[in-house]
Design a protein around this ligand. Structure first.
Ligand code: NAD
Length: 470
């Protein structure tokens, strides 16, 4: 059992007075913690605390905010082993990957600490001096998913703080423990009320999106929830950043050296057991290399050691939760019924735990659910094409537009294809690489706004133009 069940509101540990719920270890299906959701009154308390803290935090000098963010990073480093162990137990990923997640959380915190908001001068003439200033927004609510729970919480909280906002965080009820611990650690450094955390699911999520004293919601999660947040926040006209679902296509150009790219394609399709927003979710391969690619990927899949992430030999953990596990199984069965060929995997384990092996499915195309829907799990459909234009057309015939990639040695051709893809980021000979200085965000149903870098930071600010007449 992990004994971290308390929310933190105005620096005070509090047990939720709402519905109880259990946090499950997906590798064993054991309950690892019993928690309670917040009541709406407790959410109100958290928002009021954040609003009070805002009046001083917004005025804290930049240099001091930077220093405090670095101090938080120091504390995170001191607690790195503990945080990684919590992530493995509630999220399921192998320990080495959880350690990478904690390392990225520290690195992102330090990078964000050093970001500066540029001041713009629009006109400096004999008659007018016009500048743009960026002010914080107020109380920012962060709503996070269960796949990279700590890293995504950091992605939300740190730029909010850097820009001078205060925060109410609401983690996924499936993986709340790392964020509860994170907020405790942050509160060792920051004044009370600057960062608060509440537990809950849709009810608290709805109350957050409608809350009059919350000025912005930064949300990472599924498209239907993002749409709900958008409509719930219409009355208060909240600022929103929505990082939503994806169904990223990767196009392997003809004559690509399959041996050279297969491992990188495998690793980015199955990153975090495929539970990564911008993982490769559809792989388009020229007909002449289709079989070779299938074999290369199956070979890599066979080298994975599926098991409990705490076992050092494990390279491939369970799916995080029962619902996602059922969805993955369902999509594979549907593909099988519709003529899909299961090159490897395709059978869920009968042992306890939500284990599903890395699975590659060929002989599928648009119209099969596995191609059309976001699987968000360890199964990759391979789709063959004859003409590059067809591959581009198929890649774009999707309601999502998060990431995409093009693979091949002719970089000019790859760039030409990349520019035709309808998505927020296209990688060439890579996929799913996000970096703290490069903006990341989706188009179509994959979201609104960007995170990271100065562009990401500006989303936590309000533009104010000052027109000084001379
Ligand atoms: P989800 O939408 O089910 O839940 C995400 C969060 O929203 C949770 O904290 C949940 O409690 C909360 N929530 C639920 N109902 C709500 C409501 N009515 N109002 C406000 N909040 C509510 O998503 P998930 O299953 O946790 O995450 C998987 C999805 O997230 C996938 O679609 C994946 O692609 C997407 N994702 C996107 C990115 C990105 O950067 N674009 C990153 C990671 C995950």
């Amino acid at each position: 059992m992990i004994n971290i069940k308390t929310m933190l509101i105005d620096g005070m540990p509090l047990i939720g007075t709402g519905e109880p719920f259990s946090v499950i270890n997906p590798a064993t299906e054991d309950i690892i913690c019993q928690c309670n959701m917040a009541s709406t009154e407790q959410l109100d308390q958290a928002v009021a605390a954040a609003k009070r803290a805002y009046s001083t935090w917004r005025q804290t000098p930049d240099a001091e905010r930077k220093r405090l963010l670095h101090e938080i990073a120091d504390h995170l480093e001191q607690h790195a082993d503990e945080l990684a162990s919590i992530i493995v137990q509630e999220q399921g990923k192998p320990l080495a990957l959880a350690q990478i997640e904690v390392g990225a959380a520290v690195g992102w915190t330090r990078y964000t600490a050093e970001l500066d908001i540029p001041e713009q001068v629009f006109e400096n003439s004999d008659t007018r001096y016009t500048t743009a200033h960026r002010k914080p927004l107020g109380v920012v609510a962060s709503i996070t998913p269960w796949n990279w729970p700590l890293m995504i919480a950091i992605w939300h909280i740190m730029p909010a703080l850097r820009a001078g906002n205060t925060v109410v965080s609401k983690p996924s009820g499936l993986t709340p423990l790392n964020t509860l611990r994170l907020v405790q650690i942050i509160n060792e450094v920051l004044p009370k009320g600057v960062v608060n955390v509440v537990l809950g699911e849709a009810d608290i999520g709805n109350a957050i999106s409608r809350h009059i004293d919350i000025n912005k919601v930064i949300f990472t999660g599924s498209t239907p929830t993002g749409q709900r947040i958008l409509s719930n926040s219409a009355n208060t006209l909240k600022r929103l950043t929505l990082e939503l679902g994806g169904n990223d296509a990767a196009i392997v150009l003809p004559d690509t050296d399959i041996n050279q790219v297969a491992e990188s394609i495998f690793n980015t399709a199955f990153l975090n057991m495929g539970q990564t927003c911008a993982a490769i979710k559809r792989l388009y391969v020229h007909e002449s290399q289709y079989e070779e690619m299938g074999k290369a990927l199956a070979d890599l899949a066979s080298q994975q050691v599926v098991g409990n992430g705490l076992n050092p030999a494990t390279t491939f953990g369970p799916v995080q939760n029962a619902r996602q596990y059922r969805l993955v199984s369902e999509l594979v069965e549907d593909a099988r019924r519709n003529g899909g060929h299961i090159i490897c995997g395709g059978e869920a384990s009968s042992e306890p735990g939500y284990f599903y092996p890395p699975t590659i499915v060929s002989n599928v195309s648009k119209g099969v659910r596995l191609v059309d829907e976001e699987q968000f799990g360890p199964v990759l459909p391979l789709i063959s094409y004859l003409e590059i234009d067809d591959a581009v057309r198929m890649a774009n015939s999707c309601e999502y537009g998060l990431g995409g990639s093009v693979w091949g040695s002719d970089l000019e051709l790859a760039e030409t294809v990349a520019r035709q893809l309808e998505c927020g980021t296209v990688w060439i000979n890579k996929h799913a690489e996000v970096l703290p200085h490069i903006p990341f965000g989706g188009c179509k149903l994959s979201g609104v706004g960007v995170e990271f870098g100065v562009e990401g930071l500006l989303e936590y600010t309000q533009l104010q133009v000052i027109n000084r007449h001379k």
